[in-house]
Design a protein around this ligand. Sequence first.
Ligand code: URA
Length: 232
Amino acid sequence: MEDPFEASAAAYLRQQAEIYGMELPLDGKLLKNPPSNGNKATSKDLESFYNEIKECQLCPLGTTRTKFVFGVGNPNADLMLIGEAPGRNEDLQGEPFVGRAGQLLDKILAAIKLSREEVYIANVLKCRPPNNRDPLKSESDTCQPYLKQQIELIKPKLILALGRVSGAWLLGEDLALKDMRNKSYIYNGIEMMVTYHPAALLRNPNWKRPCWEDMQKVRDRILALTQPQGLV
Ligand code: URA
């Protein structure tokens, strides 16, 4: 069966290569809209916030982590993706979604013509739970102000929660993924949608098709939300 992300990402990369006359590898950097300023956060704002919190010891994960995984991407991003918690690779490298799930996430983004440099990616938890267990409520409650502050600085137009844990945490309700998909929510005044976690797609590739349908809606919403007012 054709992989919808492979097909769309490959078409996008071919188009980029035609336009720019160069080969772009699938994991290449596809920076189209470098961070501009506006009245949103600058990388300095995020960096000083990172420096404030990077030594956090407010929960026991502070003692078991290798690296604090703050977040990565464009401080002016229109789209902010929120995963669950760092895994082994993320803990070692200090960057979200750099393992197998992250490589798939890059393809998912490329399929809607975005790169990880254009969006912002963060997690509910900044530190890895031992053996990748689900975050405890006490841990996500303790970490909550950090993600909230990041969202406030970045002011994305759309938040995309990746997976049940992230969606349920942002909505403050213990809902199943199937009940959160295909809906739009508002999180602190910002539009929010929920789709599959890329690790779930690695476990069950049959979910790639419905995830691709979600991503087309995400792409349409970003286009609508970033369209200059007054244009129809
Ligand atoms: N899974 C997540 O939810 N976040 C990561 O950063 C990596 C894997």
